[in-house]
Design a protein around this ligand. Sequence first.
Ligand SMILES: [Zn+2]
Length: 376
Amino acid sequence: MIDKQYLKDLASRRSEHGLVLTACLSTSRLDDWKQTAPTFLKSEFSRILREQALSKEVKRGLEEDLRRILEVATYEVGRESQGLVVMADGSQELFDSVQLPLRLKNKLMAEPYPHIRPLVHALSLMEPFVVVRVSRDDSSIYVVDWWQVTHEDDFTGPYLRSGDRETGEIPVKEYFAAARQESLVDLHFKEVSTALDRLLEETGIDRVALCGQHDIAAWFRRGLSQRTAACVAAEISCDATASPAQLLLGAREAVREARIAEMEKLAERINEGLGPQGMGVAGFDQTYAALARGQVQTLLVERGFRPKGCMCEACGHIQVDLANSCPSCGGQVTPLDDALSEAVRIAVLQSSEVEVVERVALLHEMGGVAALLRFK
Ligand SMILES: [Zn+2]
């Protein structure tokens, strides 16, 4: 699991005497990746050497970096892993690999900075969330990160906690009479919601999926603090026979849908703010100009949008058109396989929020990239 600080560190690792080699590989079990990855990497590497005019020294450095990357392709990855990003640059002793829960397109890149876009995507799309399963007398809170449940708290209501449970003999009539007493249920919900408040506070997680029978979930929801209630992103009905794994699958899907709806709203807000007086910008050039001025609060990026472009070696200017020299300073340019990745890297360096978006038509219409500004 990676975090924002890790990405920020990587975003600043410019190669001093050469280029950073980044490999993105799909390691999903559907792909026979250990067989295909080495061949793919070697052939891409030859292409890079062919296409870029590099000095002997830089080439030698890259060959060594490739050797180390190929070594990683012999390791085992976790069963859940779908993607692998490996970054290498011997000139600054950078060597790191990260397994991701996202499927990646196979790629090899040699660029001035590590190609961190897939990592940013994973952090944005796979944000951890909390699942609260509520019932009258027995509730649970789960924290889910990108792979699995990392934390679980179980709460037993006041009645079930009494001696009867220990002996295993619950007098049925008495149980129903008591468990349905509102005050006992309220007490139980109070305990769960207090723990939930604390958990959200401590972890900074801001999406909660509520699972339970609708009337029970609504009851629980009424007792939540305003702040916690605002974090409830989804509610799913809970089948008593559902296994925890099924429950989490349903919750993950519901949270994903809720996130898309949030991103649609954000795209609308940006779209309404376009124009000289507004707080929105859209399209690569405008968004990049706003980034260069440090104005971006939230960068919105379409997942599949990867425009080719180039970057000035002298002043760092990025553009999507291929040019022979920098239009801004006349300096030499390096080709970029994905110019938007550079914009993402700058946003990470500036501590802007980066949201990666799928299935939002409005963002596509705005050119695949847009931003909400923090100042004008
Ligand atoms: Zn320049």
